[in-house]
Design a binder for this molecule. Structure first.
Ligand SMILES: *[C@@H]1O[C@H](CO)[C@@H](O)[C@H](O)[C@H]1NC(C)=O
Length: 274
């Protein structure tokens, strides 16, 4: 552009020079013109060089442009890929968060259930503690208490062990000889009875809910002739409902002996409630 303007200005100045020239200066003017033309040619050559250089530059720039465009396209593709990846990641994260929320909710439900169960268990433990504390404590031992023989006539005799040694819970009556279960449970009963046997036998029975001959659980017999102490002793584990009774019975015609040494005794205790 600048080269074109210079060329135009030169031509104008030449025209101006021609109109202003006089005949006397025509030769020197012609010399000037040829010098200026030479200069002009040189300028054109120079401009061509510049132009070629510029064209080369343009080519380089175009090539660079193409390279930049390619890189831009690559970058755009990358950006798209990244955007897609980001969206995928977002979706994954959302799914993950949703799953975690669900898991959390499930765990909270479970925790609530566990808390409920724990509370129930605590209540149960408290109740059991109360039950254990409230459970009747039952244990007794008593001797016949009569110094000398206790004798059954023609009927069976309910034995009354009247000398109380132990009677926790007062389930044994030292006036009737009956043990009455204060609660349903498993109980253990035992006895030891004695007599001096000189060609005679002795017998003893344990009764459950028995009176006068019925309800016998155990009937033991001993015979001896040496007139010295003989002993019958045994025991039974019994499951009793609340209110059921146990007692010792002397069969008709038999006798037992006791004195202050507690030679004949009846004992029992609660093993566990049921
Ligand atoms: C028999 O039992 C009574 C009552 O527990 C007791 O006081 C007494 O000492 C006992 N007799 C003997 C010889 O152990």
């Amino acid at each position: 552009m600048r080269a074109a303007i210079s060329l135009l200005m030169l031509l104008f100045s030449i025209c101006g020079a021609q109109t202003r020239s006089t005949r006397s200066t025509e030769v020197s003017a012609q010399l000037d013109v040829s010098a200026e033309l030479k200069e002009l040619r040189d300028m054109v050559v120079e401009q061509r060089v510049i132009l070629r250089y510029t064209q080369d530059n343009v080519k380089v720039l175009e090539a660079e442009n193409v390279a930049v465009a390619v890189r831009l396209a690559v970058s755009e593709t990358k950006v798209q890929t990244l955007e897609r990846a980001l969206q995928d990641t977002k979706a994954e994260m959302k799914t993950e968060v949703d799953n975690l929320k669900k898991e959390n909710a499930a765990q909270e439900t479970e925790l609530t259930a566990v808390k409920t169960r724990l509370a129930a268990t605590e209540t149960e433990v408290e109740n059991l503690e109360k039950e254990i504390k409230a459970a009747p404590k039952v244990a007794f031992s008593a001797g016949l208490g009569k110094s000398g023989n206790t004798v059954a006539g023609s009927n069976v005799l309910n034995l009354v062990f009247s000398r109380v040694i132990t009677n926790v819970g007062q389930a044994y009556s030292s006036t009737t000889g009956f043990f009455t279960a204060p609660i349903s449970g498993v109980y253990y009963f035992r006895f030891t009875v004695m007599d001096y046997l000189d060609n005679r036998g002795m017998a003893i029975r344990m009764y459950k809910n028995g009176r006068n001959g019925s309800g016998s659980l155990m009937d033991l017999y001993e015979y001896d002739a040496d007139g010295k102490p003989s002993i019958l002793s045994s025991g039974l584990t019994l499951q009793l409902e609340k209110g059921e009774a146990v007692n010792m019975v002397l069969p008709a015609g038999y006798r037992l002996y006791d004195d202050t040494f507690n030679r004949s005794t009846f004992s029992g205790f609660l093993l566990f409630p049921l």
